[in-house]
Design a protein around this ligand. Structure first.
Ligand code: ADP
Length: 694
């Protein structure tokens, strides 16, 4: 081999070694992202850790971004425990790497995990915007046109149709027929304005209607993505500053705290008598627990009863209520309610809220429960009509304004302190009416008065926090029957959705995990609830068939919400709820025979036996007791004046509705909550008006 060939070979070998070394370096030292070497591409972020959340598939997705000393993103933490593990959950590590690699929120989504990707991008953009970056440099851009997106709301699909120009969201139409009236429907009407004003999907949900609000935002994200928008370029909600609130003083004749049934009745009645009224409501909408009332209003000797040939008397109404309440009720209050009930029905007629349909209801000797003509739920029906009247009369309703304290001048109540996001109010008034509802949603109060109910779900509206009781106690008010809390036996625990009594009334049965009936399903709420709690796991299944579904509008909501289990056979249903198919089939057979014979030998049930359960498909909903109504509360006399612990009237302070105690005793019978709020809402306002005139 000559020396030239040798040199060439050595050179080749050297090149080879160098090449291998270079490739090896590249492989071994693959430039995973090195934050310290990377300068922030889209402007210099301020060092620190920034956290933001956005709506994911199953709940909130949180992104925490740490910016190092050099202004680059040095670490990213993403938490999305509620994302589907094998889809959104699996995408999270990739999304995290992408943010680090691109040093930006403007990353590609992971295909198949669009919602989680969008949530991560949106939250990352928010976090980076707080870090002083320009995540949305230039703002969003859209392909002009109209686009429709959908997402699952509380009662089924929510559809959002958005019209966009090149850079602005111009119009939003929202449809969600199955959302809960006067709860979800408020979100449907309030969210579009919030979004249009902010020009982003990063807006607050309507409190108390978060499921519907989030569905609207997800559907909108879907539509905007179709419009070619990179969601991470949408504006970011400014962080709430702890702005100091401004003090504001207002003067009025009567302040009413709480815009539920009792509060709105009082406000309308006092305004109609010429008084200046301020109605405070802590939530962004009115209605409270009243919205949720389904049955109707008990009233005796009404013109509707007379027209329909129904014989009833005030005395029987009183005795039925006392009997239902285990004789614990304050008879004077019960008498006041029963004696004024027919006038209250007339008053409802006069404000455009007639309840002409009279029927039977549990615990009533005669047909006495008055409901809307069209069979709709009485609560939502009344709230809508009350709100119309409140608008017509121009009553000042201050939403998102929470009363915090009663102002006392030597024991006389002369006003209320309240607060909103912006203001600390002092509202001077001649009289104050508490209409704040119950405390079913305040776990601390529930545990304080009934530790055995710790952790029990509640069907109560979000504002049922017991504020009125606490405020009244602070000025010396006495409380009555405060430990008397009504459980409703058929509440779906995941959604707190109440399965109306009509389902059992129309023929459904309850079975335990062993597939057997265990009670007469139509005994009073307290008895059925107690029986359920004795079963394995403290729950039961309510079982019904297609014929029952066809005859009861309410069931559609349960089906669209996804809480029903359904099968073409009883055995198939049993398998899905993990009950022995043979046992469930036997239970149904025995029940159907009892219906045929009109004789329930097992549990002595004698109502709701018009139809058997024999038309497929069959349905089951898993239920357990839920807190439904807090029957105790502030002590009042028959003029709705609040009574203190010495038995004296607290001048200037009145109360009506669920905030009070004594009307229902140890058990409220169906139809008496609405009678309570309408009658005592009127009595309280009549008394307050009279007091103002003194
Ligand atoms: P009722 O049936 O007795 O009328 P509801 O539950 O229907 O009771 O209504 C009570 C209303 O009072 C709810 O809308 C609730 O949000 C409101 N509320 C409760 N506490 C406060 C408070 N501190 N300030 C203002 N509003 C309140």
């Amino acid at each position: 081999m000559n020396s030239d060939i040798m040199k060439v070979r050595i050179l080749r070998a050297l090149v080879c070694v160098l090449a291998i070394a270079l490739v090896a370096t590249l492989i071994i030292d693959k430039p995973k992202f090195d934050p310290s070497a990377n300068d922030n591409a889209s402007g210099s972020y301020t060092p620190g850790t920034y956290t933001a959340v956005a709506n994911g598939f199953g709940g909130d997705v949180e992104v925490a971004i740490t910016v190092g000393d050099n202004g680059g993103i040095s670490s990213v933490e993403i938490t999305g425990d509620k994302e589907t593990p094998e889809v959104g959950g699996a995408a999270i590590p990739t999304l995290k790497d992408s943010i680090l690699e691109k040093q930006s929120a403007d990353i590609d989504g992971v295909s198949g995990a669009t919602i989680t990707s969008t949530a991560v991008k949106t939250a990352a953009a928010k976090a980076l915007s707080e870090a002083g970056g320009s995540a949305s440099a230039g703002g969003p851009s859209f392909n002009p046109g109209t686009y429709t997106g959908t997402a699952k709301g509380f009662g089924g699909d929510v559809e959002v149709t958005v019209t966009v120009s090149e850079s602005t969201i111009d119009d939003i139409q929202v449809a969600g027929d199955n959302e809960t009236e006067n709860i979800g429907t408020f979100a449907l009407s309030m969210m579009p304005d919030r979004i249009l004003e902010a020009q982003t999907t990063d807006v607050d949900a309507v409190s108390g209607a978060t499921v519907t609000s989030k569905a609207i935002l997800l559907a909108l994200q879907d539509a905007l993505t179709q419009a070619g928008c990179d969601l991470s370029t949408l504006p970011v909600k400014p962080a709430k500053e702890n702005a100091t609130k401004t003090d504001k003083t207002l003067d009025t004749d009567i302040v009413i705290i709480g815009a539920g049934g009792a509060g709105m009745t009082a406000a309308i009645n006092a305004t109609e008598q010429g008084k200046d009224v301020i109605l405070l409501e802590m939530m962004p909408y009115a209605g409270g627990n009243t919205t949720k009332a389904t049955g109707g209003m008990n009233a005796a000797e009404t013109h509707y009863q007379k027209e329909q040939g129904i014989d009833d008397s005030v005395e029987t109404f009183i005795e039925d209520t006392m009997e239902g309440g285990h004789q614990m009720n304050n008879r004077d209050l019960v008498t006041e309610m029963a004696e004024n009930s027919a006038d209250a029905i007339d008053w409802l007629d006069s404000i455009g809220a007639p309840l002409p349909k009279v029927g039977f209801s549990g615990g009533a000797t005669n047909a006495r429960i008055h409901a809307p003509e069209d069979g709709s739920g009485v609560g939502a029906f009344l709230v809508t009509r009350f709100l119309n009247k409140v608008d017509e009369l121009g009553i000042n309703v201050m939403y998102d304004t929470k009363a915090t304290e009663l102002i006392s001048d030597n024991g006389t109540i002369v006003g209320v302190k309240a607060e909103s996001d912006e203001f600390n109010y002092t509202i001077n008034a001649k009289a104050v009416i508490l209409a704040t509802g119950g405390f079913g949603n305040n776990q601390d109060m529930i545990v304080k008065y009934r530790s055995d109910l710790k952790g029990t779900v509640s069907t109560s509206a979000p504002g049922a926090m017991g504020d009125g009781i606490v405020m009244a106690e602070k000025v010396g008010a006495d409380l009555v029957d405060i430990d008397q809390i009504q459980l409703h036996p058929t509440v779906e625990q995941g959604t707190s959705m109440l399965i109306t009594e009509s389902v059992r009334g129309d023929g459904a049965i309850l079975v335990n995990q062993e597939g057997k009936r265990f009670t007469n399903e139509l005994l009073t709420r307290d008895v059925v609830s107690a029986a359920e709690l004795e079963q394995t796991g403290g729950y039961a299944y309510i079982i019904f068939d297609q014929r029952l579904r066809d005859g009861l509008k309410a069931i559609e909501k349960y089906v669209s919400t996804g809480i029903t289990i359904q099968s073409d056979t009883i055995e198939g249903l049993a398998e899905q709820i993990d009950v022995d198919p043979k046992v469930l089939a036997e239970t149904l057979e025995t029940w159907n025979k009892a219906v045929a014979d009109q004789n329930d030998a097992e549990f002595g049930r004698d109502t709701g036996m018009e139809n058997d359960l024999s038309v497929a498909p069959y349905y089951a909903i898993k239920i357990a007791p839920g807190i439904h109504h807090t029957m105790g509360g502030v002590k009042i006399d028959t003029n709705c004046q609040v009574i203190d612990t010495d038995g004296s009237v607290i001048p200037g302070l009145y109360a009506a509705g669920e905030v009070t105690g004594g009307v229902h005793g140890g058990n409220r019978i169906g139809g008496n909550a609405v009678a309570d709020i309408v009658v005592f809402g009127q009595v309280a306002s009549d008394s307050a008006v009279e007091y103002c005139d003194k």
